[in-house]
Design a protein around this ligand. Structure first.
Ligand code: TYM
Length: 379
């Protein structure tokens, strides 16, 4: 699918279905028309949450829409819902977990209800999987969502094709107000895009409005997600007030990079990603083949130092496992030639194996809890 958001002067592309090239996040803020997360906003969050979450502190979450507005509402005792989601194209990888980690933190700190949407329809329409394959992924992905540890009493998982009767009438209100011309310019649809995809965006918009319907009063919604999902919210925000709802607010993350090159970790290319279902041997193999910012030989690395700025191994350690202090030290040692890539790979392999095996135990326990997390009209 071509993308009208792309501009010839960029050597990267970000759409809900594709992230390619070395993403320039400052430029993306300008292109998408979002706002940078300022120190002032972080201070305000910290005043509610105490310690700042590492993903905020490290600026992995870097951009927003109306985050200041939603915090002001909260200050005036207007609580917000959280809304996030997953398109079940395959197994879940560590990149997907990043927005979910922050979502859990926000749920705990703000005591928010969470709607979690699974867009099985989207992944059937966009891609080559059968509905049977997608259904298997839905089940596996639900185990990951539960394993994150969201509060059972405050979390509802919506699977589009199963819960369509709760979504459809509101999606019609939205669909009626979006022209093909707008959808084309926002998503880059072309004449060869199937009509299912063209008609899909209102379904991802609906959960932005469900909290107001559930609560019976205007209810703010905050969406934590990577910035690839922003086109959906741009469209939703355009029509929200016209149909009597608040505009949904967003907090956008960067992408956990591919293990092998630039671009994001992607489930359609398994070598680029560490999955929550990977066995230790596979994790070791993937990490040992990872792309680093190191020099081609040990002698050159010691002489010239490496470049953590382009190193996938450094990014994973920084955003997932190192403390700020450890990460700063790692960076200094690398740049000065006092750290070899093998050592960082060893650290990443160790940390990932431990984390993923712990997560697999949680996935196992989640099997008994699935029905309790599913959305139902009676709450
Ligand atoms: P999906 O399944 O592509 O991605 C799920 C979530 O993970 C984020 N993400 C990443 N974050 C960091 N690093 C990466 N490498 C990476 N890859 C993906 C995505 O931004 C997303 O937050 N259409 C959606 C499903 C959806 C949704 C939502 C997502 C429905 N409603 C509301 C967010 C919020 C999708 O296919 O996501």
């Amino acid at each position: 699918m071509s993308n009208s958001l792309e501009d010839d002067s960029d050597n990267f592309e970000v759409t809900p279905w594709k992230v390619e090239g070395a993403v320039d996040y400052d430029r993306l803020i300008k292109k998408f028309g979002t706002q940078e997360i300022t120190d002032e906003i972080l201070e305000k969050i910290q005043s509610f949450t105490g310690q700042l979450h590492p993903l905020l502190e490290h600026r992995f979450f870097f951009s927003h829409r109306d985050l200041d507005w939603i915090l002001n509402k909260y200050e005036k005792d207007e609580k917000f819902y959280l809304y996030t989601g997953r398109g079940p194209s395959g197994m879940v990888h560590l990149g997907h977990l990043m927005p979910w980690f922050l979502t859990k933190h926000l749920q705990d700190k703000f005591d928010s209800n969470l709607l979690f949407q699974i867009t099985d329809d989207e992944k059937f329409l966009f891609g080559n999987k059968t509905m049977d394959e997608i259904n298997k992924n839905v089940y596996e992905n639900i185990l990951d969502i539960i394993a994150i540890g969201f509060k059972k009493s405050r979390t509802k998982i919506i699977v589009n094709s199963r819960h369509i009767k709760h979504l459809y009438s509101n999606s019609l209100e939205i669909a009626k107000r979006i022209t093909f011309s707008t959808a084309k310019s926002v998503f880059g649809f072309t004449n060869s895009t199937n009509v299912g995809m063209i008609g899909f965006p209102p379904l991802q918009a609906v959960p932005c409005f469900l909290p107001t319907i559930i609560e019976g009063k205007p209810t703010p919604v905050l969406i934590p997600a990577a910035i690839d999902q922003d086109p959906y919210w741009r469209l939703t925000r355009d029509i929200a007030e016209k149909i009597g709802f608040y505009k949904p607010a967003q907090i956008h993350s960067k992408f956990l990079p591919s293990l092998q090159t630039t671009g994001k970790m992607s489930s359609s290319n398994p070598e680029t990603a560490l999955f929550t279902t990977d066995e230790p041997k596979i994790i070791e193999e993937k990490v040992s083949n990872a792309f680093t910012g190191g020099q081609p030989t040990t002698a050159l690395q010691k002489k010239l130092g490496g470049n953590p700025g382009i190193c996938s191994v450094f990014s994973y350690l920084k955003f997932l496992f190192d403390t700020s202090r450890e990460s700063n030290q790692r960076e200094l040692k690398c740049r000065s030639g006092n750290l070899l890539c093998g050592e960082c790979k060893h650290d990443l392999s160790d940390h990932s194996t431990t984390f993923i095996s712990m997560f697999q135990e949680r996935r196992q326990k989640a099997k008994d809890l699935v029905p309790e997390y599913m959305y139902s009209e009676d709450g």
